[in-house]
Design a protein around this ligand. Structure first.
Ligand code: ADP
Ligand code: MG
Length: 710
């Protein structure tokens, strides 16, 4: 008997008596504890198993979903025993025949008999003049209660427990658009699908999404049904868009909340006068670009206000973000504060430190480098306090640890934000004396996403590269013919230039990474025996990496053989060639970052992409994009189009957390709709005191990154 629909989304799976022990265990082990957990697990894809063709039109090798009548059934033997069911169109005993064969599934014989109606799904193969299907997925569709005798046959042929579930004559696995989920260990797909189906069936009528209903016109329950068992492709699309909107809304709601909170949070006035800044600008051999000047002005206005600054500085590789950050830091120092810059790696921290020292030669401000290696050094910590204390500190994330934070921190600059998460950023924003926070990112992000990821921040964009930059030529070459490339490299080396050679990281074990990097080095040593070379890979210690980088920067080594360690931020203006092996195995944004290592001086530079990918092959298109444009934002848009935002950003690192419905990430209209709704709620009810906003308040109260759908 079917039960009355009364299942509530937050019901624990334990309370569902029709789940077997084994099923319950498998679901729990996969991290699902409530009905909602199961129903919010999104199908990975759908299979259209709606009746697809008349029998007479079947083509060998194609997959079909068919509705058929059983004309005969029995055991056969050829090499091995199998059960064969002869089917055709109902009421057409002399029409086309199809032979369904089940191997190693004796129980099928107990389920199918002559005269039954079947819905089947499988691939047609012609054997000895007969059209056959091996181990097709099937359902018996005869009487009202056909489901009570539902065959629990897995597509692959594995036997499953014969739990009987109430299907009420409706098709679940065939003859319709069928959901396919990521596999759950211990449950065959068919079984899992039946569980979802039955839960939906028994779900109480009037239920609301867990946190907030952003689209009440399309009831939540109906949307769940369409999400899992859509009647049409349009219905599944519509449902996905509803949940995408909902996910996007919850995300933006938190961002909007944070932004409003930040706007109210009192900070310090960290820009009073600009003596140091004037000194710096006067000593530079170049002028700030107009874009840099604008960004400095924006940052300065924030710092001069009593509110806490939360600003994002976005700019393509080489646009000169670091200098803008330094300007801000000098403003903070002049007003009596310490300023800190946090870099994602030791190499970058070192480099910033060195650049700051160079820039500040004519300015009386002490700069200090602070990295993990020295974080626990007490003498060193003591030196950090008192009159002689450095006013500018550059470091790695060791600086993030509370005890290492200077007590008079007025400005924290976080470089390459995408390498850190939102939580780390928050840890600065919320730390004791509310320092101004400037985050910098060189990963260009499409506009729509900026709002999602950084919607809690004000944004400054450096949209112009400094003048006098050498041109960058990008070329795509076949690795089988490197003669001319080598000749060209030789001529650049002869002209005193330096070269990066980057290879993808194929191995993941320490030994093999070292080995493949070393093999590259040997290879190039044979070609350029007279040239000093450096080898940089992830398995070197921080000190070793620094040494290698320092030698390259000082032009003691002329070629740098590297893995993607050089990807971010490294700055050696004399390097003019970036040679990338197996370029197609890198992501587009990553390639753009790599290319950003050259063209940093006045010399013309060359990015050479080696790849075997032929036109039209996967991996080729992004290389063509790279050859076509140098514009980071354009490249980001393409990258998102080719790979999807989740893959591009690495959702964990980017602070995106788990994204279930990637649809919204690139849907500007949806994002704006969600953002408007978030703003509307906070305008009407800034403290979230209204009863209908209680769960929203809970959401922002713990402000976790847990993904919620609703
Ligand atoms: P980003 O961090 O944005 O990739 P950097 O700050 O490393 O870029 O700057 C790249 C290079 O450009 C550095 O060598 C820097 O000294 C130089 N630079 C910065 N601003 C200017 C400018 N206005 N004119 C000329 N060179 C500049
Ligand atoms: Mg930089």
């Amino acid at each position: 008997m079917l039960r009355m629909p009364e299942l509530l989304p937050d019901a624990h799976l334990k309370t569902i008596e029709w789940l077997t022990k084994g099923e319950l265990k498998a679901l729990l082990a996969a991290g699902m504890t409530t009905v909602a957990d199961v129903l919010h697990r999104v199908p990975r894809r759908y299979e259209d198993r709606r009746i697809s063709a008349p029998l007479a039109s079947l083509v060998n090798g194609e997959t079909y979903s068919l509705s058929v009548h059983v004309y005969g059934a029995g055991w056969r033997f050829a090499h091995k025993r199998y059960y064969e069911v002869t089917v055709g169109e109902e009421g057409n005993p002399y029409g086309t025949r199809l032979y369904l064969r089940w191997f190693n599934m004796p129980y099928v014989a107990k389920l199918i008999a002559t005269g039954m109606k079947l819905s089947i799904y499988g691939k047609v193969k012609a054997y000895g003049g007969k059209l056959t299907m091996s181990n097709p997925d099937f359902e018996v569709m005869e009487e009202e209660d056909a489901g009570l005798r539902l065959a629990e046959i897995a597509l692959g042929g594995a036997a499953v427990p014969r739990t009987e579930i109430g299907v009420g004559g409706e098709l679940v696995h065939t003859g319709r658009i069928v959901p396919v989920y990521r596999s759950v260990s211990g449950l065959v797909m068919r079984r899992y699908r039946s569980i979802v189906w039955r839960m939906l069936r028994e779900l109480a009528r009037d239920i609301a999404p867990p946190v907030y209903d952003v689209a009440p016109a399309y009831p939540y329950r109906e949307a769940l049904q369409d999400l899992h068992f859509p009647a049409t492709q349009e219905a599944s699309h519509k449902a996905r868009m509803r949940f995408a909107l909902s996910e996007c809304f919850l995300r933006l709601f938190r961002v909007t909340w944070r932004r409003r909170r930040n706007q109210q949070s009192r900070g310090q006035i960290t820009a009073t006068s600009d003596g140091y800044l004037e000194e710096l600008l006067a000593s530079l051999p170049f002028a700030l670009t107009a874009a840099q000047q604008r960004c400095v002005a924006e940052i300065r206005a924030d710092m001069a206000s009593p509110r806490q600054m939360n600003r994002l500085l976005q700019g393509d590789v080489g646009s000169g973000k670091t200098l803008v950050a330094l300007c801000a830091m000098l403003l903070a120092v002049e007003s009596g504060h310490t300023a800190a810059l946090i870099a994602p790696t030791q190499i970058l921290a070192e480099q910033h430190y060195r650049n700051f020292c160079r820039f500040l030669q004519g300015v009386d401000v002490r700069v200090s480098l602070r990295t993990a290696a020295r974080a626990d050094d007490t003498d060193y910590l003591a030196e950090m306090e008192g009159d002689a204390a450095p006013r500018i500190i550059v470091g790695t994330h060791a600086l993030l640890y509370k005890k290492n934070r200077p007590s008079d921190l007025g400005l924290a600059v976080i470089d390459e934000q995408h390498k850190f998460g939102v939580l780390q950023r928050e840890s600065f924003i919320n730390c004791g004396n509310n320092p101004d926070v400037l985050v910098m990112t060189a990963t260009p992000i499409p506009r729509t996403l900026t709002l999602t990821l950084y919607g809690d921040l004000e944004v400054s964009v450096i949209d112009e590269l400094p003048a006098g930059r050498g041109e960058i030529v990008t070329a795509l070459r076949n690795p089988d013919n490197t003669k001319r490339i080598v000749a060209f490299m030789r001529s650049e080396l002869a002209a005193g230039r330096q070269i990066y050679i980057v290879s993808p990281l194929v191995e993941d074990s320490e030994a093999s990474e070292r080995k493949s990097a070393t093999a590259q080095l040997e290879h190039w040593k044979k070609i350029f025996p007279e040239e000093p070379m450096g080898l940089l890979h992830g398995r070197l210690s921080a000190d070793e990496k620094d040494e290698v980088m320092a030698a390259f920067r000082a032009n003691e080594t002329h070629l740098l053989i590297a893995t993607t360690v050089v990807e971010v931020g490294v700055d050696v203006p004399n390097a003019t060639i970036m040679l990338i092996n197996d370029a197609d195995s890198f992501g587009l944004s990553q390639l753009h970052q790599l290319r950003g290592r050259i063209g940093r001086g006045a010399h013309k530079s060359y990015c050479i992409l080696l790849s075997k990918a032929k036109p039209g092959e996967p991996g080729r298109e992004k290389l063509e994009v790279l050859c076509r444009t140098l514009n980071g934002f354009e490249i980001a848009e393409e990258d998102f189009r080719l790979r999807g935002p989740g893959d591009v950003l690495g959702t964990e690192q980017s602070g995106l957390g788990a994204v279930r419905f990637a649809e919204w990430l690139s849907d500007a209209r949806l994002i704006h709709r969600a953002s408007r709704e978030a703003a509307r709620i906070l305008n009407v009810d800034p403290q979230l005191k209204l009863p209908q906003h209680i769960s929203l308040r809970a959401l922002v109260a713990d402000d976790g990154e847990a993904a919620v759908v609703g």
